[in-house]
Design a protein around this ligand. Structure first.
Ligand SMILES: [Zn+2]
Length: 264
């Protein structure tokens, strides 16, 4: 006797296998490239002034008597340094922790907003609404992660230039205005997070952090220190935003990858 449940189980099993096969067929047929948008974590990684720098302790690394290699190290680091995510909890007491951000908000379409020519290396540039007129189009209707490219990754090897450190130890690098953050979070409910190729979504000289507050309030995450010293298409890529799953984290180190159609 054949039961209906068995038939349904067979059919659903068939579809699951079919769907998995199709996603692999699509991603690994050499039409797509995987672009790493993360900086390595090492002694040069840039951290916020209140965070612990990346500390790497080489602990074990040796061949045993049989000639087999074994290595295991320790590390310690602040949450907010290098390529990293800010969870809403960073600026909102009842906001989500890193460990609570669902994966369907971390694998989404990527939009790069390249404003580097407008910034033109000006460390006091702030992005206002009128700078974004051209990006208002259909792409904004899909769930998405928007990364603003200020053209700052080229300074990443020079910490004092990248942060714009002055004699008084203040910072100067470009950022988004509170106006833009409020506008995005109130007008575009499909935006799950925003990123920048600088050390903070707020301008370096900010003391009141309006962008951090606006995104946290709306439940968005931020990604800072995105490595954008390479070409990434403005549309058509998928972002994999996969931080270390620190359960109660206000932020976490992140491996950020874009899956993009290969340019012909
Ligand atoms: Zn942060």
């Amino acid at each position: 006797m054949v039961y209906l449940t068995d038939v349904l189980a067979f059919i659903s099993g068939f579809f699951i296998i079919n769907i998995l096969a199709n996603s692999n067929d699509i991603l690994f047929n050499e039409d797509y490239e995987f672009i790493d948008l993360s900086y390595p974590f090492d002694k040069n990684t840039i951290y916020s002034p209140v965070s612990q720098n990346f500390m790497f302790i080489k602990k074990i690394g040796h061949f045993d008597d049989e000639g087999s290699w074994y290595a295991s190290n320790d590390f310690a680091a602040g949450e907010h340094g290098g390529t990293h995510i800010d969870a809403p909890y960073h600026f909102k007491v009842d906001g989500k922790y890193v460990g609570d951000i669902p994966v369907d908000k971390l694998i989404v379409p990527l939009i790069i907003v390249d404003i580097s020519s407008k910034v033109n290396n000006d460390s006091n540039f702030v992005l206002y609404k009128h700078d974004l007129d051209y990006i208002l189009n259909d792409n904004m209707r899909k769930p998405c992660f928007i990364v603003f490219k200020f053209g700052w990754s080229k300074f990443a090897n020079d910490k004092s230039k990248y942060l714009g450190i002055t004699k008084n130890n203040t910072y100067n690098f470009p950022g988004i205005s509170g106006e833009v953050a409020e506008w995005i979070t109130s007008s575009y409910k499909n935006v799950v997070g925003i990123g920048v190729d600088t050390a903070s979504v707020d301008k370096g000289s900010s003391t009141d952090f309006p962008v951090h507050k606006a995104t946290a309030k709306a439940g968005l995450f931020n990604v800072e220190n995105v490595k954008l010293d390479q070409h990434v298409p403005e549309y058509g890529c998928t972002a994999l935003i996969l931080p270390m799953k620190i359960a109660l984290g206000s932020g976490a180190p992140l491996r950020l990858v874009a899956i993009c159609p290969k340019r012909s």
